[in-house]
Design a protein around this ligand. Structure first.
Ligand code: ADP
Length: 153
């Protein structure tokens, strides 16, 4: 099954929303395959946000990501990257639909609570960036038959 990366940003940690946000992914039916707390540094953020390097807010975004530790997670499910992106909503919290994580908890384009890989291809690269192989666990959820039809799995 597909795996994707989620980062609970300092805006999530500082606003004590860690449990609330993780429970959204759990309740949806995704399987938590890996989780850890780390303090990001400039080197890894230069790589992770390379697509933003010419934006005027690049340094500000990187600084904001280093205010305190973040929570990294690997979630698994069918079409996991797409499912997670739908759950988090669009980048700017003011534009994000109510019911999404950003729509419910963010009023900012920058302080938007959560990062999630934007495709299955990016997820593979991003998971390798943040997790060692032995930090990803392949146990089976006993509820699998209640989550998917037999022809889906
Ligand atoms: P997403 O996180 O939705 O995939 P991007 O990859 O475009 O969006 O941007 C990465 C992060 O950079 C965003 O989540 C947000 O924290 C920050 N960001 C993006 N656009 C802006 C902006 N216009 N002003 C401030 N910060 C921004």
């Amino acid at each position: 099954m597909e795996k994707t990366l989620v980062i609970l940003k300092p805006s999530c940690v500082q606003r004590t929303l860690i449990g609330e946000v993780i429970s959204r992914f759990e309740k949806k039916g995704l399987r938590l395959a890996g989780i850890k707390m780390i303090l990001l540094n400039d080197t890894i953020l230069n790589e992770h946000y390379a697509h933003l390097k010419d934006k005027p807010f690049f340094q500000r975004v990187k600084d904001s990501m280093q205010i305190c530790p973040v929570i990294l997670q690997c979630w698994e499910g069918i079409d996991a990257a797409k499912v997670v992106r739908t759950l988090i909503g669009v980048t700017n919290g003011r534009d994000a639909a109510a019911g999404t994580i950003r729509g419910d908890f963010s009023v900012s384009a920058q302080e938007n609570i959560v990062h999630a890989s934007d495709s299955a291809e990016s997820a593979k690269i991003e998971l390798k960036r943040f997790f060692r192989d032995d930090e990803i666990f392949d146990y089976k959820l006993s509820t699998l038959a209640n989550l998917y039809a037999s022809d889906e799995i």
